[in-house]
Design a protein around this ligand. Structure first.
Ligand code: COA
Length: 262
């Protein structure tokens, strides 16, 4: 069977966590059009699935998270072909605005479009064997999945310039030091530790998670004064929910809260 007839994104469930695995290990999980299309299909289904509270995105095999856009698809492309391939909605934007937390579980090479995809996630939890970079410059292109915009916001302009202009790869400890990633685990513990955190997050009220993410994401586009006012409005809106009443009652009654998502 040709690859196009096989799924290149696998979905598993562990409790309230859905794990999406890009499954092209022989191509280091490069982001082909098929991968992007299948990811978008799964995200659309998972958005409306109340049994899922948190997503984890990872790559199949031991070597790569995602080694970038599929370079073989660039060959012979016209600018209009490329524009069509980059049609809206873009996977990166769907992930950053997805109404549930999305964790990148980075198990190996995290390059180019893979690094950009990870930066669209809400957290990056990584193996100590992972490597990071934006090597597009070596192909005569620049990052096209938000890299020139999201990378400087995470690591500052100087480090973003260094990575994008040199195409150099860095290791997990350096990625942690400059703020590109959030937690580094020994390679063999990555999945267990990441899923523990994902389950804890997924056990919170889905409604409150959604509002918290929305407020955090607003900080990327609003000036601080506007952002503080926006947060105040969302905070007050929480007082209209059954989950807020339940959370407060559960604390006062010294019991576990039972969220309704309302
Ligand atoms: N697009 C398409 N195919 C890719 C790919 C990509 N981004 N990255 C890796 N592959 C393929 C290789 O062509 C090779 O396929 P083949 O076995 O059919 O020849 C396979 O994945 C394994 O990669 P290989 O290069 O042999 O592994 P390596 O361990 O020697 O090197 C990397 C690993 C990540 C350093 C190297 O694959 C690489 O530089 N990849 C491209 C990274 C990049 O430029 N990404 C940005 C794209 S915009």
């Amino acid at each position: 069977m040709s690859e196009s007839n096989q799924s290149v994104v696998l979905v598993e469930r562990e409790g309230r966590v859905a794990i999406l695995t890009i499954n092209r290990p022989e191509k280091l999980n490069a982001l082909s059009q098929q991968v992007r299309d299948e990811m978008l299909e799964h995200l659309t289904a998972l958005e409306n699935d109340d049994s899922v509270g948190c997503l984890v995105i990872t790559g199949a095999g031991d070597k790569a998270f995602i080694a970038g856009a599929d370079i073989s698809e660039f060959d012979g492309r016209s600018p209009m072909d490329q524009r069509h391939a980059m049609r809206i909605p873009r996977l990166y934007d769907v992930m950053s605005t997805f109404p549930k937390p999305v964790i990148a579980m980075i198990n190996g090479f995290c390059l180019g479009g893979g690094c950009e995809l990870s930066m669209s996630c809400d957290m990056r939890i990584v193996s100590d064997q992972a490597r990071f970079g934006q090597p597009e410059i070596k192909l005569g292109i620049i990052p096209g999945g938000g890299g020139t915009q999201r990378l400087p916001r995470l690591v500052g302009m100087g480090q973003a310039m260094r990575l994008i202009l040199s195409g150099d790869m860095i290791r997990a400890d350096e990625a942690l030091r400059i703020g590109l990633v959030d937690i580094v685990h020994p390679h063999e513990e990555l999945r267990v530790k990441t899923l523990e955190l994902a389950q804890r997050i997924a056990s919170m009220s889905p409604l409150t998670l959604k509002v918290a993410k929305e407020s955090l994401r607003a900080s990327e586009r609003l000036a601080i004064e506007e952002g503080i006012l926006y947060e105040r409005d969302l905070f007050c809106l929480c007082f209209s929910t059954e989950d807020m009443k339940e959370g407060v009652s559960a604390f006062l009654e010294k019991r576990q809260a039972e969220w309704k998502g309302r």
